[in-house]
Design a protein around this ligand. Sequence first.
Ligand code: 13P
Length: 251
Amino acid sequence: MRTKLIAGNWKMNNDLNESKVLIAKLAKSLKDLELNCEVVICPPYTSLSESATAIVGTKIKLGAQNLHQEESGAYTGEVSAKMLLSTGCEYVIIGHSERRTIFKENDELINKKIDRALKNNLKPIFCVGELLEERENNITEKVIESQVLGGLNGFSENELADLIIAYEPVWAIGTGKTATPEQAEDVHKFIRDLLEKRFSKEFAEKLLILYGGSVKPENSKELLSQKNIDGALVGGACLKAESFVGIIQSA
Ligand code: 13P
């Protein structure tokens, strides 16, 4: 049985004070709920340390939105895995489509970032997803296959024990357009089968595959009830405690 995971990607939102207010509201709403899932928030770097303090004694865990692929050094403006770990992070999002498109991250770089995260005991939330044009050209599976295999190139299944994959169709991110539960389930099943071929059935069966792209309380229940959808990576709807908690409750 895979335990579901609901992660909130705050993106470039919430200063320190806003972060504390949001966490306090979340913690209050989650306090008396019986949760059947893990809850992770991924605030911006500047709020990580304070967020780690604010979640003590709550059911919330902490993740970051990115990291640098090198261990340390002359990389002005960058943040290392070790620094994230020292703030209290357990998870890190890697290869988000906004990093791929705006910041030109490719599979090779993402592969190095996954390696760096794992070497520092951070759990990577490795994102893949096709563009609208790619879906319309019927090459979704080809794109996903090359992103998954490229990102995981050179790893053994033992090294990837802490890996989480997030399928986020780019056309569904921040657009209000969600993949239908069937569309999402098809790709999740494809990813699981691919991992079974690349690694083993046991590995593929254990791995969490999250869905992301305009997830909200109105559509989360149906998405999360699909056989191969093990949770959600939420953007816009995680910035309000009520909607994030609504999604958590549907898990
Ligand atoms: P939205 O939920 O705003 O579509 O964003 C999804 C996302 O990019 C999460 O990483």
